[in-house]
Design a binder for this molecule. Structure first.
Ligand code: PGA
Length: 250
């Protein structure tokens, strides 16, 4: 079932970063230019910095993405940004359904699916997030819950399009705790099986990222797990040295 998939290392800056962050972006750009890297690198800064980071990374192997988008193409949606706006700002990816948004803005699987479908329609690759709470993990239902969540959040797509899935156990995000490689292996295999069942051959090629306290010290082990095709990195993506440590581990 496993195919050779180029890993994707995506940095999610969340609500962090300012003009000073460009130093970090420049370091990543320089190191990518000077080293052979076996990974696609994506930086997702806050929306206000997306265009500037995209310009800074012009002609670099790294790409940029947004952290959210609206499902509608335009309209009366104060504070939101559309897929076309993401694209115009240089973004080629968009994170949808991050657990922080599912929780703070009560985004449902149907909302996430609509955003992902809008992203595909606008030529942007959605990074569709899923993950269980500690309560669900302890109840032994994590696999069932996450598989149901991801299947309900993924739109149909055609051969010219790409979707990316990110598994992020909520209790591991920003806590310094990571899932054991055994648990990650079990979850990613279950997600892979569900994606293949739903999408056939195309499901075997979808990148499944792991996220939740990924850092240089644990990246090699996590990225070595079967069906882990990259990482969605929060805190450790803010410092170029840490982010580079994860990129090199791929
Ligand atoms: P973290 O965040 O790496 O800081 O745990 C990951 C994420 O929320 O995407």
């Amino acid at each position: 079932m496993t195919q050779k998939i180029t890993p994707l290392i995506a940095g999610n800056w969340k609500m962090n970063g300012d003009a000073g962050s460009f130093l970090e972006v420049e370091v990543i750009k320089d190191r990518l230019a000077a080293n052979e890297v076996n990974a696609q690198v994506v930086i997702c800064p806050p929306a206000t910095l997306l265009h500037r980071v995209s310009v800074a990374l012009h002609e670099s192997a790294a790409k940029t993405g947004a952290q959210n988008c609206h499902a509608a193409p335009s309209g009366a949606h104060t504070g939101d940004i559309s897929v076309a706006m993401v694209r115009e700002a240089g973004g080629e990816y968009v994170i949808v359904g991050h657990s922080e948004r599912r929780e703070s803005y009560v985004e449902s699987n149907a909302d996430v699916k609509a955003k992902a479908a809008a992203a595909l329609g606008g030529g942007v690759v959605p990074i569709i997030c899923c993950g269980e709470s500690l309560e669900i993990r302890e109840s032994g239902k994590a696999i069932d819950v996450v598989v149901a969540q991801i299947i309900a959040s993924c739109p149909d797509f055609d051969q010219s399009q790409e979707i990316v899935v990110a598994y992020e156990p909520i209790w591991a995000i920003g806590t310094g705790k990571t899932a054991s490689s055994g648990d990650v292996d079990e979850m990613h295999n279950a997600i892979r099986a569900a994606l293949v069942e739903r999408f056939g051959d195309a499901g075997a090629k979808i990148k499944i990222l792991y996220g939740g306290s990924v850092k240089p010290a644990n990246a090699e082990e996590l990225l070595g797990v079967e069906n882990v095709n990259g990482a969605l990195v929060g805190g450790a993506s803010l410092k170029a040295d840490d982010f580079w440590g994860i990129i090199s581990a791929a």
